[in-house]
Write a protein of this length. Structure first.
Lengths: 116, 112
């Protein structure tokens, strides 16, 4: 079945530094990937839609200069949290849409980011 | 606008008893609906999905859900809860641009 690998699973960084999270589709090519953020005991909120070879589409209220998304290949999308602050601490999850399907989505296992 | 409402933030059941997790949706077109499960600090696993085929959808681990257009509901059920079912469950609607809209989640607690 379709597998999406997300790394790292956990990361701790200092305030002011940048952190990159990778999302890879292992056995299919994903032209569209999605990045979500999940606060403790809350639901997933869509941050942005990542399209291979073009600029990401950000949801309202998401700072695109802070959350940089790159989708340079059909199997890899990255989310970089720039100049991280403690309030950026959260659980970030990616999802890939399977081409040719109407409703085929596969989720990564998530990344727990802690900014100290 | 499309939306999803999960009516219970927490549901507690005894092991071996039935599970009912409620979900209502709002959509101007025939929706695609999903149920996902999330264990602590993990990603999401698809339990089942409805895409305008049979209204009773069977999923993994004994779960099923029934799409009721007249009630705009898509409740998740399981005849007999197992301890391993304890997790967070999300009802999800796919919108017209293929974005997923998540409900607020229901935490299922299973008592021994």
């Amino acid at each position: 079945g379709a597998v999406v690998s997300q790394h790292p699973s956990r990361v701790i960084c200092k305030s002011g530094t940048s952190v990159k999270i990778e999302c890879r589709s292992l056995d299919f090519q994903a032209t569209t990937m999605f990045w979500y953020r999940q606060f403790p005991k809350q639901s997933l909120m869509l941050m942005a839609t990542s399209n291979e070879g073009s600029k990401a589409t950000y949801e309202q209220g998401v700072e695109k200069d802070k959350f940089l998304i790159n989708h340079a290949s059909l199997t890899l999308s990255t989310l970089t949290v720039t100049s991280a602050h403690p309030e950026d601490s959260s659980f970030y999850i990616c999802s890939a849409h399977m081409p040719g399907t109407h409703d085929g989505y596969t989720f990564g296992s998530g990344t727990r980011l802690t900014v100290v | 606008a499309q939306s999803v409402t999960q009516l219970d933030s927490h549901v507690s059941v005894s092991e071996g008893t039935p599970v009912l997790l409620r979900c209502n949706y709002s959509s101007s077109y025939s929706p695609s609906l999903f149920w996902y499960v999330q264990h602590p600090n993990k990603g999401l696993q698809l339990l089942l999905k409805y895409t305008s085929a049979a209204t009773l959808v069977k999923g993994i681990n004994g779960f099923e859900a029934e799409f009721k257009k007249s009630e705009t509901s898509f409740h998740l059920t399981k005849p007999s809860a197992h301890m391993s079912d304890a997790a967070e469950y999300f009802c999800v609607l796919m919108d017209s641009s293929y974005k997923l809209i998540f409900g607020s989640g229901t935490r299922l607690l299973v008592r021994p």
